[in-house]
Design a protein around this ligand. Structure first.
Ligand code: NAD
Length: 321
């Protein structure tokens, strides 16, 4: 069995490799070659932690396994550890033997950023110039860095519930040589692409704050009850997702579906667009919305890629197991 510790991931994994792995596995999901197992998420009654498993099998990539982990809200204060902790376990699909254990913390951010980037590549207008960020926390910086590689963006605008956090994303824009402007939510009218990545339980972005032709990636809602955008926006948009079952239950679409504004059958896997079985954006006037809920297969895909890179560079630790 191979071990790739968390400390090695930053030097091994690139945004490009994460993007390729996620694009491939979304395509495999849409063609029926890969599927996710039901998600387990439990409040364990210790340290206020939420712990769970996300797993799946990709028959095309021969990747089988799970990500185990969750959220320990007291880690930072009590132990100087980050609050989100996860580990990916891979298994040999021919034998069931454990084949790898991989640090999953940085990989989670990279695979989540790759998901919205895949949606931008396949759904945003080619002439998109202004990208709007809603959210400025840990994930937001990864999201923006990756998204900027998908189009010839000329400007970044941003809004955050806690405005004092906006310098986090301004720094990414500056590093990319782009101007940054802090805006009110009304200002999102000027964005061609919007990414929302917050932990909100009530909508920030309203349907009438979005212009025709915009692509929106809603990435923060991954649990029942969370919500980032007004459900009427989903009614106005053509809705895509990583996985429909998660989109309607724990994703942004949960609200629009329960309010009868969108039907489950209206929601398309982005993999269908990658595979060419769905046309994607209909016109330059359409609003496209990607509901990125985060699936186990994304974690397995990036972990498998990182194991290959670790072996190539001689940094994978081999243990007799
Ligand atoms: P973080 O704690 O670093 O940042 C939280 C962000 O949410 C900040 O921008 C904060 O200002 C904002 N926020 C907090 N309360 C808000 C409110 N009431 N209204 C509007 N905004 C509010 O968290 P993070 O690590 O950046 O994660 C952000 C979200 O992304 C979380 O909900 C997390 O569960 C989710 N997430 C999703 C995926 C996925 O695959 N879809 C993967 C990882 C994380």
């Amino acid at each position: 069995m191979l071990i790739v510790p968390e400390r090695e991931i930053a030097d091994l994994m690139t945004r490009e490799a994460a993007f390729d792995a996620v694009e491939k596995v979304f395509a495999a999901m849409a063609s029926g070659d890969a599927y996710n197992f039901p998600v387990v998420r439990e409040a364990i009654g210790h340290e206020d932690a939420l712990y769970g498993f996300k797993g799946g099998f990709d028959r095309a990539g021969l990747t089988l396994g799970l990500k185990a982990g969750g959220y320990w809200p007291n880690n930072l204060e009590k132990r100087h550890l980050i609050n989100h902790q996860s580990t990916v376990f891979l298994f040999d699909p021919d034998t069931g033997k454990a084949s790898a254990m991989v640090g999953g913390n940085l990989l989670t951010a990279l695979r989540t950023a790759a998901a919205s980037s895949v949606s931008i590549k396949h759904l945003a207008r080619k002439d998109a110039k202004v990208i709007g960020m809603i959210g400025a926390g840990h994930q937001a910086t990864f999201q923006l860095r990756s998204a900027l590689e998908q189009r010839e963006f000329e400007k970044v605008i941003g809004w955050n519930y806690h405005p004092e956090m906006l310098p986090n994303i301004e720094k990414v824009a500056t590093e990319a040589g782009l101007p940054f402007e802090a805006v009110e939510l009304e200002g999102m009218h000027n964005a061609d692409v919007i990414i929302s990545i917050t932990s909100a339980f009530a909508p920030s972005l309203m349907a009438d704050q979005v212009s025709d032709g915009t692509h929106i990636a809603c990435m923060g809602t991954d649990t029942k009850g969370k919500q980032e955008v007004e459900s009427a926006l989903l009614g106005r948009a053509t809705v895509f997702t990583d996985e429909v079952a998660q989109s309607v239950s724990i994703g942004e679409a949960q609200h629009a579906v329960s309010e009868g504004l969108v039907k489950e059958s209206d929601i398309t896997q982005v993999g269908a667009v990658i595979n060419g079985t769905h046309a994607g954006r209909g016109s330059g006037e359409d609003i496209t919305l990607f509901d990125g809920t985060g699936v186990g297969l994304q974690d397995l895909a990036v972990a498998a890629a990182v194991v290959d890179l670790a072996v190539e560079k001689g940094v994978a630790i081999e243990v007799d197991f």
